[in-house]
Design a protein around this ligand. Structure first.
Ligand code: SF4
Length: 949
């Protein structure tokens, strides 16, 4: 059986055929051993538990009208009917007895945990009035939407631009910004779309097979590739499940990955095993200026000599010394990559990129391997997310906003790919602004961000944050500090459009509220989705449409027009009309395919839940420039084809082709942008030592290590007589069956994983005085400490300790407005200004509820919250929070208890200042805030890019 997606579902051994979805019959497992038939309606939707957007099939019991289970949608081209554990666990989330069912308004002090039910009308009126006033008084930047996991595409950009504000904030700078910068400097697209299924060699930096970006869709294709003979190498200090499946496990000392990658590049260059034609045609090598050499007018052969010299220091032996990976393994894998050639695929997302100072360099170094092997845009190679992710057009698009919000994109980090969101509390503390209306959406910064106590201090301060609504399906540590908690739907309770670059193809998926869809099929009518959902759980699409009408009720502000029906002038837009228009007008091939079945495009998407647009995705850079763009264009001296001053393509072998969206329209081996923006030392892909390099271990104890650049010693000094020992902490590896705070109300998942011990290598366990699994350890960060159990394991590089970032939920309330099976009830105190102590009072235990399983909860641990004890570490170039850190580890003392936490936010502000000083602020050339060519979320008009004198 082939794994290739087929529309009849024959890629699966078994799946319910579409023609039976309206009345699918299965035996009732609860009636066993009697054979009792159950009738279900199967409705496709999209999983909301991670960014992969796999297709779900909701099995709705025809008798009760309730969703009974979720399985995979075989008609979804990316997930192909398969799911990870988190997909089916959606059933726990929708039936969670503790979920938020009605809009709630606080009835006591902020953070006191007292709530009263309110109405959606009151919410819309309150926020509508506050936002209207702010916009009318030209304080639009005081309105901020801050998203954790979007789970949708496009509608927020439209909403905020319709309001005319620069107000989009995201979590991306604690997630993936560094990797994104490394990729975009090469080819504008900030994410890879590896064609794992057709690769001959796959290199993964961190645990992508089990928990990485586009987890289930990628994992399937990595296994497809392996089954077809591809070799797999994994660079990860941890023996992850992925590493255990690999042909090569390369346990790099964290932060040294770029040294290994450049050593591989050196092997390929020295052995002349690179694709010379590709490098010559498709890089901007003629722009290169390095080591006193200018490539302009020189031969390509000379360029190669210069590159060989430039990377001469990266011998495999040097890389071994830095990383701990054996030189012969580096040579062997480099040769295998060269042999794979254009069928070399890779992925780098979190891990080394998100942990380290300079974490964007490994992505750049990795791309150098792709460029040398000519594996960019190829079958089995590295493709661009922009080629495989579908971006629809919508009707009546609002113009870009005129203003620039410095709370989002401050001048210190002009090259940050995303908003500097994790510094928001510090920006407000510095008096850079305030927030009038703040929306957090599926976003829990108090828990998922570093320095969560600074977030609590910000959120409880009504001067700094005027009004805060948490839009969330679940209670959370952040929601407790909101003024409103607004229940938003889960996978089967909302509309969203999703597309991801999960394989060599382009697709869209449609999330839909299954109860509403089924009841409307049966003839009922609903004005709003919350009327069909449990309680009054709503969906954001309708919320934003209605809020926009509340801000501009008569249309005088020019906002309402963007939320009016494209079919019924002047009437309020419905979700059917919004998506119906997109499906009719914007998705190539969908109207024709739907018509063949006698369906409208919307009906088609409601029936199947997904649509594959094309598999013609390779080598988009080689596509000829469209005749309309070519007419009246001219070729610049560097070969770039321009029309009306804007680049439209590039000349390659005398043909005008599309190229890449970079200034040179080629892959930028040489980054003039880095040189122009004050980082000339990083014009080429380089390696430099992270803040957690081995030589920093002395520095962190107050004695800077040899070879360590002291300006990158951003650590608070510990007392010289301190006990314990210094390690690098890896705090960001994922557990495959949990996802941050989103899975806290999934009993199936917490039954499997509910503890996050400290991984300690046996060598280190000995060094610490004979630590054994289960011993209580105290981990000191720069700003505080946390206490947890040890797990002694050989699956980790010595000198490094590790702790998963998915566990350690806590709750202030004991029983109400909480997630009881995944959190510890704590005593939280500010013992002195900025000094916070948390102690667990009671952990997880069985309890009575409408769900009989809550009485059967057998686990009694919720883990320990480590992130809240971390200071912020903004990378001076990418702006990404550098998660890895030096910590001091010791056996816990007699006063320490499991789960104890202490933090001093005065210190966290000092650490912030120290890292901020590393940045090289705007203006750049021409008085710009940031390069015009680098993408920006919700891009303002061009004039806003220039700093006003
Ligand atoms: S990978 Fe798992 S959690 Fe993510 S969308 Fe797919 S099924 Fe859901």
């Amino acid at each position: 059986m082939s794994n290739e997606f087929k529309r009849d579902g024959s890629h699966l051994a078994y799946c319910p055929p579409v023609e039976k979805w309206e009345d699918w019959v299965e035996l009732d497992p609860e009636a066993w051993p009697r054979r009792v038939e159950k009738h279900y309606s199967l409705v496709p939707t999209i999983c909301f538990n991670c960014e992969s957007a796999c297709g779900l099939l909701a099995y709705v019991d025809k008798e009760s009208g309730q969703v009974a289970k979720f399985e995979g949608n075989p008609m979804h081209p990316a997930s192909r009917g398969r799911l990870c554990a988190k997909g089916p666990a959606t059933i726990n989330q929708i039936h969670d007895p503790n979920r938020v069912l009605y809009p709630m308004k606080r009835s006591g002090e902020r953070g006191a945990g007292k709530w009263a039910r309110t109405s959606w009308e009151e919410v819309l009126e309150t926020f509508g009035a506050r936002i209207r006033k702010a916009i009318q008084e030209e304080r639009g930047e005081e309105v901020m939407y801050h998203v954790g996991r979007p789970g949708h595409d496009f509608i927020m950009e439209r909403t905020l631009q319709a309001w005319g504000i620069d107000g989009h904030n995201s979590h991306t700078n604690v997630c993936s910004s560094s990797a994104r910068l490394g990729y975009l400097l090469w080819h504008y697209a900030d994410r890879p779309s590896p064609d794992h299924a057709n690769a001959r060699f796959i290199l993964l930096l961190s645990a992508h097979l089990e928990s990485g970006h586009y987890f289930n869709p990628h994992a399937q294709r990595i296994i497809d590739g392996k089954m077809a003979g591809a070799k797999l190498a994994v660079m990860d200090p941890r023996l992850s499940n992925t590493a255990s499946m690999a042909d090569y496990w390369m346990p790099t000392y964290p932060g040294t990955e770029a040294a290994v990658l450049l050593a591989m590049a050196k092997v390929i260059l020295d052995e002349n095993r690179f694709d010379a034609k590709f490098v010559k045609n498709w890089t901007n090598w003629e722009d290169l200026e390095v080591d006193g050499f200018r490539a302009k007018g020189q031969s390509f052969e000379r360029l190669i000599e210069v590159l060989k010299n430039h990377y001469a220091q990266f011998t495999p032996e040097y890389a071994e010394q830095e990383s701990g990976v054996k030189a012969d393994v580096i040579i062997k894998t480099a040769r295998e990559i060269a042999t794979a050639g254009s069928r070399f695929a890779s992925h780098l997302w979190r891990g080394s990129a998100s942990g380290n100072l300079g974490g964007w360099q490994p992505a750049r170094a990795l791309m150098l391997l792709h460029v040398l092997t000519g594996s960019v845009g190829t079958e089995g190679g590295h493709n661009l997310n922009a080629w495989n992710k579908f971006v629809p057009k919508t009707f009546k698009v609002p113009p870009p906003q005129k203003r620039w919000n410095e709370l989002l994109y401050p001048q210190e980090w002009p090259l940050c790919t995303h908003e500097m969101s994790f510094l928001l509390p510090h920006f407000l503390k510095e008096g850079r602004g305030r927030i009038e209306a703040y929306f957090t959406r599926v976003f829990n910064p108090v828990w998922t961000y570093p320095d969560g106590f600074s977030w609590i201090e910000m959120l409880r301060d009504e001067e700094k944050v005027g009004l805060h609504a948490a839009l969330t399906p679940t209670w959370s540590e952040t929601a407790w500090f909101a003024d409103y908690v607004l229940p938003m739907g889960l996978s089967s309770e909302r509309h969203d459009l999703m597309s991801q670059e999960s394989y060599a193809g382009k697709w869209i998926g449609f999330r839909q509220p299954v109860n509403r869809v089924l009841r409307e099929r049966a003839g009922e009518k609903f004005e709003y989705t919350y009327q069909a959902n449990p309680g009054e759980v709503w969906e954001e699409d309708e919320f934003w449409i209605n809020l926009s009408w509340a801000i501009d009720p008569d249309g005088a502000m020019g906002i309402r027009q963007y939320f009016e029906s494209p079919y019924r002038p002047g009437q309020k837009l419905t979700v059917d009309e919004y998506y119906g228009w997109i499906f009719e007008n914007s998705v190539p091939g969908l109207p024709e395919t739907a018509k063949k079945e006698g369906l409208t495009p919307l009906q088609y998407m409601r029936k199947y839940g997904a649509f594959e647009i094309t598999r013609d995705v390779y080598k988009q850079n080689e596509k000829a420039v469209a005749p309309a763009d070519l007419a009246g264009s001219k070729v610049e001296a560097n070969g770039v084809v321009t029309k009306d001053g804007k680049p439209v393509g590039v000349m390659v072998e005398d043909k005008a082709v599309t190229g890449y969206n970079t200034p040179s329209r080629k892959l930028e081996l040489f980054s003039k942008t880095m040189a122009d923006w004050k980082w000339p030392e990083f014009k080429l892909p380089e390696y430099y030592r992270s803040h957690i390099h081995r030589s920093a271990q002395g520095a962190s104890m107050g004695h800077p290590g040899e070879d360590f650049d002291p300006k990158y010693t951003p650590v608070v000094e510990w007392p010289k007589d301190s006990r314990g020992d210094v390690f690098t902490l890896l705090p960001i590896f994922r557990l495959p069956n949990l996802i941050h705070t989103r899975s806290g109300n999934a009993k199936f998942l917490y039954e499997i994983s509910h503890k996050n011990p400290l991984w300690v290598n046996p060598v280190d366990a000995k060094r610490l005085g004979g630590v054994r699994t289960g011993d209580l350890m105290k981990v000191h960060t720069e700003i505080g400490y946390f206490v947890l159990h040890a797990w002694v394991t050989e699956g980790l590089t010595p000198g490094v300790v590790a702790c998963s970032h998915h566990l350690g939920r806590w709750r202030i309330n004991k029983d109400e407005q909480v997630e009881r099976m995944s959190s510890a009830w704590v005593d939280l105190k500010e013992v002195a200004k900025g000094q916070w102590k948390m102690r667990q009072l009671e952990s997880v235990s069985p309890y009575e509820s409408v769900d009989k399983d809550t009485k059967r909860v057998w686990w009694s641990d919720a883990g320990v919250h480590q992130d809240i004890t971390f200071p912020v570490h903004p990378d001076p170039v990418s702006g990404m929070h550098c998660w890895h850190q030096m910590v001091r580890v010791e056996k816990a003392g007699s006063d320490d208890r499991y789960g104890d936490i202490f933090v001093d936010t005065n210190l966290s502000f000092a650490v912030y200042q120290r890292w901020k000083a590393l940045a090289r602020p705007a203006p750049g050339p021409g008085g710009l805030r940031r390069p015009l060519w680098i993408p920006r979320v919700v891009r303002p008009e061009e004039a806003a890019y220039y700093i006003k004198k």
